[in-house]
Design a protein around this ligand. Structure first.
Ligand code: GLN
Length: 511
């Protein structure tokens, strides 16, 4: 079965119902692609071939009877942060060696109940800490995108979707992070949709780097139960897909109240895809002046301006707004997130989960120390140290409490802005994907990746990234739309309208 892996989720669904192919055909085709390319991309930590084929056969049986859920028979990749019953769940950390959860996360359970077929567990930054998928214990992920000498040659030589005549690629690029495996897999057609999580940008930034779509819903939309915790007041699950409609379909499956997560909201789940008209007439779109940071890449500015122009031409009203505390978001995030991580990661003690290091005669303390020293990578250790420091008796008020106050001010900025506008348009990230090894030695530059995504996370608001343009190297740049709390419908609908106006068609070169 060739050709099916490039279809959208919506087209796969139609094909399944029209019996053009079976769910087993779809699973086989994707597994073949994964097995052919995983040595290169390293997008999957675990490939669940047998499970995928069993689930697909069960879907075919349901489809044959005219039954089945919203995504019956659709192959899905799962970020390895979601606990999956009896399937290795690593959070890309050595410390979770061999951990096979005895339970299923609420979000993945919803996916399987709706007919999703599990292809495997996707690589990521260790414990979701990172912006480039360079911190995984299971090795880095390679993006399917490559730089080309001239973006024009890509489009003009053979047409938008044919990259075969391109100049030789240079060094490999990162897919973004922390959901780097999810984004690379979707961009490389290894799965039509994948699950990601976003604490400060980890769905939106990799979607931007990989030229695809990813939405972080409002904090409280999806249950966090069974998702390995990084920073509990920020973590949210969300879908990554190749277009807005597929994200909308997935989001309707993923969300909903869960008694097992006290922060999940008791709200009806809209049919997000049904709300997609693309009509933005009369919508007020805010452009925050504080996001025009000094030294901003001219191509990103141009993409942002063009996005605003396209929305205006489609009938939206563009409104200048101010989010005055934006510049404090990144420092506040890098206090709050490590603080919560230091607390959440205290549970990895060598007793309850995964790895245990040390020798037979060791004291309990020595076993803890050796396990944590061997089990956590550098980035995770750094964040545990920062988090422990900002929560310690002498510094709690000076750092953690102050960061919480700043967080409230940032949320207030958004609240006031949303009195005037329906959605906010910004770039997703300050750069295109960079080469592996380019930024990993400089943590500040790495943390700057999140400058446009972190404020939304601190305020708990929904944000989507869609491809905005190609830069001069032929790499995708993302546009972000931010919405009011629990107004994913507007976010998705404006994104859908903009997606049609931009008509971004370029696909990555691949292996
Ligand atoms: N890049 C950010 C960080 O390293 C965000 C990560 C995330 O959203 N999980 O913390």
């Amino acid at each position: 079965m060739t050709g099916v892996t490039t279809l959208s989720l919506a087209a796969m669904r139609e094909g399944l119902r029209a019996r053009k192919f079976s769910a087993v055909d779809l699973a086989e085709a994707h597994l073949a692609e994964i097995e052919k390319t995983n040595a290169h991309y390293n997008a999957f930590i675990t490939i669940t071939r047998d499970k995928a084929l069993d689930m697909a056969a069960a879907s075919d049986a349901k489809l044959a009877k005219g039954q089945g859920g919203l995504i019956e028979g659709i192959p899905v990749g799962v970020k390895d942060l979601f606990c999956t019953k009896d399937v290795l769940t690593t959070a890309a950390s050595h410390i979770l060696d061999g951990f096979k959860p005895p339970y299923e996360s609420t979000v993945t359970q919803k996916i399987w109940d709706a007919g999703g077929v599990m292809l495997g567990k996707l690589n990521m930054d260790e414990f979701a800490m990172g912006s480039a998928n360079l911190t995984s214990y299971y090795g880095l992920v390679v993006s399917p995108w490559q730089k080309v000498q001239s973006a024009e040659c890509r489009v003009q030589s053979k047409g938008e979707n044919d990259n075969s005549a391109l100049s030789t690629p240079n060094s490999a690029l990162v897919p973004g992070g922390s959901s780097g495996g999810s984004a690379a897999a979707v961009a490389a057609n290894l799965c039509p949709v994948a699950l990601g999580t976003d604490t400060g940008g980890s769905i939106r930034q990799p979607a931007s780097f990989c030229g695809i779509v990813g939405i972080k819903p409002t904090y409280g939309r999806c249950s966090r139960w069974g998702i390995v915790a990084f920073a509990s007041s920020l973590d949210q699950a969300g879908p990554i897909a190749r277009n807005v409609r597929d994200c909308a379909i997935m989001l309707s499956v993923m969300c909903g109240h869960d008694a097992k997560d006290s922060t999940s909201m008791k709200l009806a789940v809209p049919d997000f895809a049904a709300a997609l008209s693309g009509n933005v007439k009369g919508k007020k779109i805010g452009i925050p002046k504080e996001y025009r940071v000094d030294g901003m890449d001219a191509e990103i500015l141009a993409m942002w301006d063009r996005g605003a122009t396209l929305l205006r031409e489609a009938g939206a009203e563009i409104v200048d707004i101010s989010l005055p505390h934006t510049k404090y978001a990144l420092p506040a995030y890098y206090i709050v997130a490590p603080a919560e991580c230091s607390s959440n990661l205290a549970r990895y003690d060598g007793i309850r989960f995964g790895l245990r290091a040390g020798d037979a005669g060791d004291s309990l303390t020595a076993m803890y120390e050796k396990t944590r020293a061997a089990g956590f990578g550098q980035e995770v250790k750094k964040r545990i140290l920062i988090g422990t420091y900002v929560l310690s008796a002498g510094y709690y008020d000076a750092y953690y409490k102050k960061a919480q106050r700043v967080r409230w001010l940032i949320a207030e900025d958004f609240r006031k802005a949303f009195e005037k506008v329906d959605a906010i348009l910004t770039p997703t990230a300050p750069s295109a994907a960079f080469a592996i090894g380019e930024k990993n030695i400089d943590p500040i530059t790495m943390y700057l990746n999140d400058v446009f995504t972190v404020p939304t996370s601190l305020a708990g608001l929904p944000g989507i990234s869609i491809p905005g343009a190609l830069n001069k190297d032929g790499l995708p740049l993302g546009l972000q739309l931010i919405g009011k709390a629990f107004d994913e419908e507007t976010v998705l609908n404006v994104a859908y309208g903009l997606e049609q106006a931009i008509n971004f068609k370029t696909i990555p070169l691949g292996v």
